[in-house]
Structures are given as C-alpha cells and as structure tokens.
Design a binder for this molecule. Sequence first.
Ligand SMILES: N[C@@H](CCC(=O)N[C@@H](CS)C(=O)NCC(=O)O)C(=O)O
Length: 230
Amino acid sequence: MSSPSPVKVIGASDSPYSHRAEAALRLKGVPYELLLEDLGNKSDLLLKHNPVHNKVPVLLHGEAAICESLVIVEYVDEAFPGGPPILPGGPLARAAARFWARFIDDKCSKPFWLALWLEGEAREGFEKEFKENMALLEAELGGKKFFGGDTVGLVDIAACVFAHWLGVFEEAAGVRLVADDEFPRLRRWAADYAADEKVGACLPDKQQLLKNFTAKKAMFVASAKAMLPK
Ligand SMILES: N[C@@H](CCC(=O)N[C@@H](CS)C(=O)NCC(=O)O)C(=O)O
C-alpha cells in the first residue's frame, strides 16, 4: 500500500488565517507539518505556491498547493472524509455556512481591522459597522453552542479571530471595541471555541501575540490606511 501524501501548512505563528488551516486538519485528525514563514522575508516555497497573493496559509498536499484559508478548510473537509464533518450535510445548510463564513471576512474582519488601526471619523465609522455586523453574527449564533450546533464547524473556524485574537489586537492597538457586557453569546462561544480540545490546541499564546503585534503596530496602521479608497 502506498503511504498517504504528506500534508504541510505554510503558515505564520500569529495568524488567525493560518489557524484556520491547522484547526481544520486537527478536527479531521490529519497529521501535518507546520512550515513557519517569515512574512518580512518570504520564502521561495511560499512565492512558488501562492504566486497570486503571496500570503499564508498555503496547504501542501503531496504535489498540490491550496491557497486561501476558507478554501483550505473546505478542501480538508472533502479530502479527508474520515473525521467529523466540518461543513454541515445538505446543500442549504452548506450554503448558509458558506454565507456566514464569507460575511465574517467581508463584513466583520475588515471593519474590525480598520477600527483598530485608523483614527478619527473614519475609525468611528468602521467601529459602528463592525458592531452592527457583530450583532448580526451574535443573532445567527443564537442559543447554539457553536454556529453549526454542538461541534466546531466552518463558521466557528472562520470566526476564530473573534474567539482568540480580538482582545489581543485591542490591547496592541490601545482601543476598546467590545465592552465586557457586549455580545454575551459570542463571548460564551469564544470560551467554548478556545476550550475545544482540537482547535484550542493550535491557538497561539496570547502574551506572545501581544508582543508580536505591538512590534508590528506601525505596519498594521500602514496596512489599514492602504485599504482605504484613494
Ligand atoms: N484571504 C486570505 C488572507 C490571508 C492573509 O492575510 N495572510 C496574512 C497573514 S495573517 C499574510 O500572509 N500576509 C502577508 C502579506 O500580506 O504580505 C486567507 O483567508 O487566507
């Protein structure tokens, strides 16, 4: 019998996008090697396998390379059917999960990033947008433990930045976007996500994150400004 194709993740230790790829592999029980990338000095391996975006994560499965974290999560779910499903069964439930995963990237993460690092009126507008969309996410979670029910699935993995990174980014940026009594359901969900045996095991240390992000603050401010329309 031929041995299974090796699985590797080109990732970065402080990246929530990299965590998505690792979380999917861990949920499926797929052994993988993590190739840590220095994003300030990108490797030929990364540039070769993600020539379009030059970003992590990239999943290497044998000879194949898969880019974009949400695409990777879906690929892992399909390519390793042995473990528990990450996407729900049935086309409607799958479409809904994909909708919310995309909503998180387009409508929550983006204004979150801009509200963290910009200043003045622009910042206030993005904070408002972020909170309105987080309220929609909280409503979607409702009384469920995870977005898809009792176990971690696509939408939970997509929202990982709000489970683990949010407070660290706030501290590094020196802004408070979410008060202690806001979004109680998402707060409880965040604790459950971090406590999950599989995905919790690949969450980075918060003190280390804070150190890294504080050092990168000027770069983050520049990246947020570059995202504004000219
Ligand atoms: N849409 C991408 C975003 C990935 C992304 O932004 N990765 C960051 C690390 S958190 C990166 O590689 N940045 C390097 C760069 O922008 O040059 C995904 O979901 O995979």
